[in-house]
Design a protein around this ligand. Structure first.
Ligand code: HAM
Length: 433
């Protein structure tokens, strides 16, 4: 016998119990995004590889070792499964002239992203992001808006222990000055650098500050700080973001070593971190990327955004007791016999026309076993249609969770009768009757 096929390592099936929680979460998130005036955009999952190389940076973990790239067998084009959404979103905005044509854009997207990382709890090879990008906004207000949006969502979801870390990466010139000072400093200590550090010394020294290697912590601690190289404008921008956050009562910690793993950022960067999820505690991250639109061939356009990791947020939500109830049908339709089945279909469709969720029994089975299924489905009401009912053109109606016995009614009277039973049951649940 051949071996059973399994999903690709690090890529998960989301089974119905979980998928319902996902959908509930996505509904909440959509309403939240709309309440801030963000509009949806959907980009392809596959993009030309050079897009990510140019946007994220050649010397980043993502581009160096985590991209699922392949050659299009038909035309030889280099393609990549998107590892993130910002590059695609900016590409789409440039391609369709969104900002130049219609002014600043507040956009959001959600969907799967792909990174060939070592899978562990909270870190997957296919994971999902909800991303927000605001294109065409210069001021610190949009940076603050993004952070405040997140704070509101955590609050709406009842999440606890999600802490904000904030830093400013300054402008490209300020980073260049800091970079020169950093390289000079690291050159003095070159012998102590690990392999990654040596490789990144001249290509991406800022990322060395982000090292997890415990033996390098004192070296990194004493390194020249970017904060000391920020000019007046960058300082004022960062200060203004902090004032707005303080006004909104959002606590933050300035983390000078927060540099982010993607090269497009400048000025404000932030991460929301929790200690409740183990090693993979960053649930949301983002910042400003004023140079990216131009770098990808568009007109200079300031921009900022962030993305949340859905798997991580849902794990945290679950921890805080936020799982959604199972989705239940209103009505289960049980039937026995050829004529009864025909009437059952008519009854079910008639109820659906009136907006009820109806589960119609399909297949064989005695009334006893069908009623067991009706009960297990969580439906509030069962329709019971046997030969007698079918002959009379009537329907048996039985409340499954409220008081009252089975009654027989005409097909035409069914929607109103079901509504009556469901309504009574809701009142009972409330305890208000
Ligand atoms: P990122 O920090 O690479 O930023 O990813 C954002 C979030 O996606 C992370 O904080 C984490 O919650 C989640 N995430 C990343 N990798 C994985 C993984 N392997 N498994 C599970 N979750 C993961 C970006 O992607 C930027 N595009 C964010 C952004 C938007 N910046 C500006 N606009």
């Amino acid at each position: 016998m051949s071996k059973t096929l399994q999903a690709v390592r690090g890529m998960n099936d989301i089974l119905p119990d979980d998928a319902e929680t996902w959908e509930h979460f996505e509904d909440l998130v959509r309403d939240w995004l709309k309440s801030y005036g963000y509009r949806p955009i959907r980009m392809p999952i596959v993009e030309p590889t050079p897009l990510f190389k140019r946007a994220i940076g050649e010397v980043t973990d993502i581009v160096e070792k985590e991209m699922y790239s392949f050659e299009d067998a038909l035309n030889g084009e280099q393609l990549t499964l998107r590892p993130e959404g910002t590059a695609s979103c900016v590409r789409a905005a440039i391609q369709h002239n969104l900002v130049a044509g219609s002014g600043p854009q507040r956009l959001y997207y959600h969907g799967p992203m792909f990174r060939h990382e070592r899978p562990q709890k909270g870190r997957y090879r296919q994971f999902h992001q909800i991303g927000v990008e605001a294109l065409g906004f210069t001021g610190p207000d949009i940076d603050a808006e993004h952070i405040m949006m997140c704070a509101r969502l955590w609050d709406d979801l009842g999440l606890e222990d999600v802490n904000l870390e904030l830093n400013s990466l300054g402008s490209a010139e300020e980073r260049a000055q800091h970079r020169a000072a950093l390289i000079a400093y690291l050159e003095q200590h070159q012998a102590r650098l690990d392999e990654d550090g040596k490789r990144r010394l001249y290509t991406n020294p800022l990322r060395i500050l982000d090292t997890k290697n415990p033996e390098l912590q004192d070296l990194v601690e004493a390194a020249p700080r970017l904060a000391d190289y920020l000019g007046d404008e960058s300082r004022a921008h960062f200060q203004a973001v902090q004032v707005l956050l303080t006004d909104a009562g959002i606590p933050f910690r300035i983390n000078h070593r927060l540099v982010r793993g993607l090269d497009y950022y400048n000025r404000t960067v932030f991460e929301w971190v929790t200690t409740r999820l183990g090693a993979q505690g960053t649930v949301c991250a983002g910042g400003r990327y004023d140079g990216l639109v131009e770098q990808l061939g568009g007109k200079p356009t300031p921009a900022a955004g962030f993305a949340m990791g859905v798997e991580r947020l849902l794990a945290l939500w679950r921890e805080s007791g936020g799982e959604s109830d199972r989705v239940r049908p209103d009505v289960y339709v049980a039937h026995l016999g050829e004529q009864a089945r025909r009437l059952a279909f008519r009854a079910a469709e008639s109820l659906r026309t009136h907006g009820f969720a109806v589960l119609l029994h399909c297949g064989e089975g005695s009334f006893k076993s069908q009623m067991k299924k009706a009960d297990a489905s969580g439906a509030a009401v069962a329709l019971v249609i046997g030969e007698d009912e079918a002959a009379a053109g009537e329907i048996g109606l039985k409340p499954l969770r409220g008081p009252g016995g089975q009654q027989r009614i005409a097909l035409e009277a069914l929607p109103e009768a079901v509504a009556g039973l469901l309504y009574t049951e809701e009142e009972d649940d409330d305890g208000s009757v």
